[in-house]
Design a protein around this ligand. Sequence first.
Ligand code: PLP
Length: 370
Amino acid sequence: MRVPAAAIHFPDEDREEILRQIDECLRTGQLTLGAIGRELESEFAAAHRVDHAIAVSSGTSALEIPLRVLECRGKEVLVQANTFFATAAAAVSAGADIRFIDCDPATMAMDPAALEAAIGPNTVGVVMVHIGGYVAPSVLDVQRICAEHGLWLVEDAAHAHGSSLDGQMAGTFGVAGSFSFYPTKVLAGGEGGMIVTNDSHFVDEAKIYRDQGKASFLTNDHTRLGYNWRMSEPHAAIALSQLRRLDEFVEHRRSVAARYDEAFADGPLRPLAIPERSRSNYYKYVAFLPPEADRGMVKKRLREEYEVGLSGEVYELPLHLQSVFEPWADGPLPGAEELCARHVCLPVSAVMTDEQVDLVIRGVNEVLAS
Ligand SMILES: Cc1ncc(COP(=O)(O)O)c(C=O)c1O
């Protein structure tokens, strides 16, 4: 592939430092819940301008832990339909009864009007997702609706490391935010996740859940139905190294996005419009194909004729149409269905070259012209 759909970036000096830290873990035997994890938590919290960060085993556990802390068992949680499986699955695992909410295809975010209409007597909270790393201004409407109805808001910020709206960081609009360090993400940690919150009670509870529901690290007193959701020190070392490059990674991704914006300003592809006040990390560069274009064919031709890999959609099929969620599906959600069917994600990475960007632009223009 001349342009892979995504690429991770660990410069030589970062790899050396990660190996040095892992060697130190092996020497001391401090292999989990140690000093590197605490350093990662404190630097992640600072980078996201939030009081607390709790490192966990994955983005999925970074969602399930807050939902358990919020005691949603047997209660209704509203989840947007255009998201990854884990957003809803974490709520189901935490015991919630979920309901899917439509999105606004113009922003990809949860549609505030659809949210308000769906609130019922058993609803306790909302999980909103910053798709592709874009914090849509409508998060403020969702926040207001939650406050007016006494609901909590959890943000699935798995895509949104370092993204912000009006200078406020993703993950800080509700009671807690959840991030993922899965290798395709802007920060690749191998595996891992992070919970952020400004609520210190929440931190204590999340740490109990993270470590088998134990009241404290050294006791054998299990007070909550937790799990092994710990982050190992080698994983923390990898994520910490990536976190220290977050600004640099986001700057580069934004420069790639700016070139796409300019190239496609007059069509034929229509980029997702992101207002100035929102600073996306461009985890994904989302754009809409003309109605007559066949997405599968466009992707195939780009791959075969130009060696350009488009990255995975966010998402190809909304959750209410996934067979596993059939019991929770209650009718069509046209916004999510239209959005999922029509968009593509152009390749973006922290190491993409100008020549690669040129090739993507040429390939897209030529394929869509013929
Ligand atoms: C929106 C969203 N939520 C949650 C997750 C789960 O994260 P992880 O794979 O780290 O468990 C992912 C990604 O994989 C995601 O894209």
